[in-house]
Each structure stands twice: as structure tokens, then as C-alpha cells.
Design a protein around this ligand. Structure first.
Ligand code: GLN
Length: 448
């Protein structure tokens, strides 16, 4: 039925970069046989899952929506893929994204934009726009995205679905093509909070192949959620409701705050001045620095696109990278190499790292007295395709409420919280304590 839905709508939505339908159908038949024999491998057995085109599935394309990797096929599975296959889930296709996860609208894809299923003239958000649109359009029940500064939560908000960025270190990054390694996390996109919990359960937990993976037992999220019944203390950062917030988004989030208050929760105003004012600048120094280093591997020799007529090896690097990368990726590599270069390192990169620590401390201080923080996910609902694509700074500002959560390494979730008068979905962001996904999911589900 997913494939039928894909046939019916994906020529318009364009969520997919590719899919191997024969392999998916074969896996579905195996799952049917297992379940008929009473040997289901758990709640995900036979469930199709879509992958953002940045997560490795053996034998399938891994393009990062870049010309650089347009013909690259992954020789191995990411750890999340291995775990999902073991749980019986069926990898059903590769989903469009901003090139190398750099962007907020899925317009920076070498393969063209994805449309928002609620209004095909609008963006689905990004960078995991294909992952969000596929769920919103009913093409897939569950997808994986990656979130470096908001790329799961923001598209979830703009498409009216649930998107969870786990605590940094909870989900292995082995087999995730790296953008900014100290910020990247893989996480679930789904229709409901329960579904997100089921998908998280399957992918979370220690992995010796990722040295930043946290060594701790993964709780039974749904059992823990049931125990965490509230009422909760919820912090509302006052700076996240200032200039730039669309009034309809602000009103929907206020009504969600009213819902929690009525349920007996204690609502506290809190202040996160550095997170609000410095996070975008700090992020674009750290993320671009890490990206410039991570993307050095695409040299035309080891991976991906190779220029046809180079004079010598240096020329081969130049031409392959000039041809293979899109404009936004080049902008970030240039910025990143600049902030890491001698003379600028101390002035930019090191200072950004220091402010990052201050932002982390700021969150830790307010989360001492709050079970979660509540804010809008995105300052605006879905914008029109083309509206911000020539203005990188306007695009960067769409992540103003999500980006500091990655700098602090915290878990964050976006859940639907209403619609604009024009029928566009609005998302609510909840931010939790480190590794308290159970509490965060429980609070999110209460609103759903
Ligand atoms: N929009 C932000 C960026 O362009 C965040 C992207 C992401 O989370 N991958 O870097």
C-alpha cells in the first residue's frame, strides 16, 4: 500500500531520490512468512522505513543529494540500518534532502526540490525535507532524518508531523555521511509520538564503531513514558517569542502552553539570552569548520565525482570539487576553512567553542528546575519555493529556535500544534534533559 501511495503522489511531492521496490517487496514477503509463523521480530517487523539519503544502506545509492555522490552506492550498512533490518523493518527508498544536509528547505538538492504535501508551491523544510514530506503525504509511516541544527524538527513542523532529535551520543553516527560531527544526530520522523518512540527504540544505544556513542542501557521508552505521567514543570524561554515570530505560530504555541497549564503543569518563564542571540553565529562557525574538514574526503579520487579532463592531480581536485559541489556547500567550505586558518582560529573558531560551552551551561541551569522547555519549532510556517533561496541569511534564521539545542547536545522534539488560517501546519518544540527521551516523549504525547 505504501508503494501504491508513492505511485499516486510522488510525481508531485518528489520526496524520493530512489527506491528499490523489488528488494522491498522481497523483504515484505519474508516478513509476512515470519509473522504467519508467529515469529515476528517485534513491532517494526514488516514496516517500511525511508532513509534520508545521507544514511548508508548496503547496495543502495548514497547521494547526499549531491552531484558529487550521484553515482555512489554504499558498500555497507549504517549501524541504524543494521539494527532496523534486525528488527524486521524494510528499507524502502532514499529520501531527498539539502545537499550534504546544508539547508532548511530541501531546495539545495542537486536533484531538485521536494514539495510540501499541504501546499505543493511551498517547501517541506529541510534539510530532511524528503523524510518529512514522505510521512506527511502518507507514502511511508516512518522515516529517518538527521539533525545538525534543526533538520529533523523544522521539516517535521512545516509538514505537520512528529520529528525527534535525540541527545547527542544516543544514536550511532556510523554510516551517516558526516556534515558537522559534533552536532549531527540521526532521529525518527513519524505521525505520532508513540511511533517515534518505537523507531527510536530500534536504533538507539551504544555502538563501538562510533567513539562518541554513549555507553548506557536504553530504557523501554514506551514503558517509561507510561510511568512519567506529569504534571510537569515546563520552562518557556522568553527570548524565543520575540521579533521574527509569525503571529499565527506564536498564537498556536501560546494555546499549547495553555493546554499544559490546564493539565496542572507549572509554567515558568525562563531566560536563555545566549542561546537566543549567539547560537546562529556560533553554529555557523563550528558547523562550517567541521564541514570543511569532513568534506575534504571528496577529492575525486577516493569517492564520487571525478573531473574528466584534469591536467594533473591538483587540477583533478580543483575541477572535481568545482563540478561536484553546489553553491551552498562551497560557501560553507570556504567559510569553514577561513575560520580554521591561522590568525583566525583564535578569533573565530576558539571563541565560538567557548560561547558554545556557555550556551550549554545556560540550558543546564534552566533544566535543573524544569522537566522540559517549550518553544515554537520554526518562526514561520512553510514558505514558498524560491522565497528564501537567494538569501542565505534569511534561510539561516529559520533555525533560530532549534540550532542551540544541537550546540547543547540536548534532545528536542517537534509535535504538531495547529494550523494557520491558510491551512499550513504549525509545530511546537519541546527540549528535554540529556538522555531523558522518556520524559520528553511523555510530555510530547500529552499534547498530541
Ligand atoms: N539549516 C541548518 C544548516 O543549514 C541545519 C541543517 C541540519 O540540521 N542539517 O546547517
Amino acid at each position: 500500500s505504501c508503494l501504491a501511495r508513492v505511485q499516486a503522489v510522488d510525481t508531485q511531492v518528489k520526496a524520493f531520490n530512489s527506491r528499490d521496490e523489488a528488494a522491498a517487496l522481497a523483504a515484505a514477503r519474508e516478513s509476512d512468512a515470519r509473522r504467519a509463523a508467529g515469529q515476528a521480530r517485534g513491532p517494526l517487523d514488516g514496516i517500511p522505513v525511508g532513509f534520508k539519503d545521507v544514511i548508508a544502506v548496503e547496495g543502495q545509492p548514497l547521494t547526499c543529494s549531491s552531484k558529487m555522490l550521484a553515482n555512489y552506492v554504499s558498500p555497507y550498512d549504517a549501524t541504524v540500518t543494521t539494527r532496523l533490518k534486525a528488527a524486521g523493518a524494510i528499507p524502502l527508498g532514499r529520501l531527498n534532502m539539502d545537499e550534504f544536509a546544508m539547508g532548511s528547505s530541501t531546495e539545495n538538492s542537486a536533484f531538485g526540490p521536494t514539495a510540501n504535501p499541504w501546499d505543493l508551491t511551498r517547501v517541506p523544510g529541510g534539510s530532511s525535507g524528503g523524510s518529512a514530506a514522505a510521512v506527511a503525504a502518507g507514502e511511508l509511516p516512518l522515516t529517518l532524518g538527521s539533525d545538525t541544527g534543526g533538520s529533523i524538527r523544522q521539516p517535521a513542523a512545516l509538514c505537520g508531523i512528529v520529528g525527534l532529535k535525540p541527545t547527542y551520543g544516543l544514536v550511532s553516527r556510523f554510516g551517516l555521511a558526516a556534515y558537522a560531527s559534533s552536532l549531527d544526530q540521526i532521529g525518527p520522523l513519524s505521525r505520532t509520538v508513540d511511533d517515534a518512540a518505537v523507531l527510536l527504540q530500534a536504533i538507539a544505544g551504544h555502538d563501538e564503531r562510533d567513539s562518541t556513542s554513549f555507553k548506557a542501557d536504553v530504557p523501554d521508552y514506551r514503558a517509561e513514558m507510561a510511568k512519567r505521567s506529569g504534571p510537569w514543570r515546563i520552562g518557556v524561554p522568553k527570548e524565543f517569542f520575540g521579533a521574527g515570530l509569525d503571529p499565527e505560530v506564536g498564537a498556536a504555541v501560546q494555546s499549547a502552553i495553555g493546554h499544559y497549564r490546564k493539565a496542572g503543569c507549572e509554567i515558568r518563564e525562563v531566560s536563555l539570552p545566549l542561546a537566543a542571540e549567539q547560537a546562529i553565529a556560533v553554529y555557523y562557525l563550528i558547523a562550517t569548520a567541521e564541514a570543511s574538514s569532513n568534506l575534504a574526503r571528496y577529492d575525486g579520487i577516493r569517492y564520487g565525482h571525478r573531473a574528466a579532463k584534469a591536467k594533473d592531480v591538483v587540477d583533478l581536485y580543483f575541477q572535481s570539487r568545482a563540478e561536484g559541489f553546489g553553491d551552498e556547500v562551497k560557501r560553507r567550505i570556504i567559510l569553514g576553512t577561513h575560520v580554521l586558518s591561522s590568525g583566525y582560529y583564535d578569533a573565530y573558531y576558539l571563541r565560538a567553542q567557548k560561547v558554545r560551552t556557555l550556551i550549554r551551561n545556560e540550558f543546564a541551569a534552566v533544566l535543573k528546575d524544569c522537566d522540559a522547555l517549550l518553544s515554537p519549532t520554526s518562526p514561520t510556517p512553510a514558505f514558498r519555493i524560491g522565497e528564501k533561496s537567494s538569501d542565505p541569511l534569511a534561510m539561516y534564521l529559520t533555525d533560530i529556535y532549534t540550532i542551540s539545542v544541537n550546540l547543547a547536545g540536548l534532545p528536542g522534539i517537534s509535535v504538531p500544534c495547529g494550523f494557520t488560517a491558510g491551512g499550513l501546519p504549525i509545530g511546537l518544540q519541546l527540549i528535554g534533559r540529556p538522555f531523558d527521551e522518556s520524559g520528553l516523549l511523555a510530555i510530547a504525547r500529552h499534547y498530541e
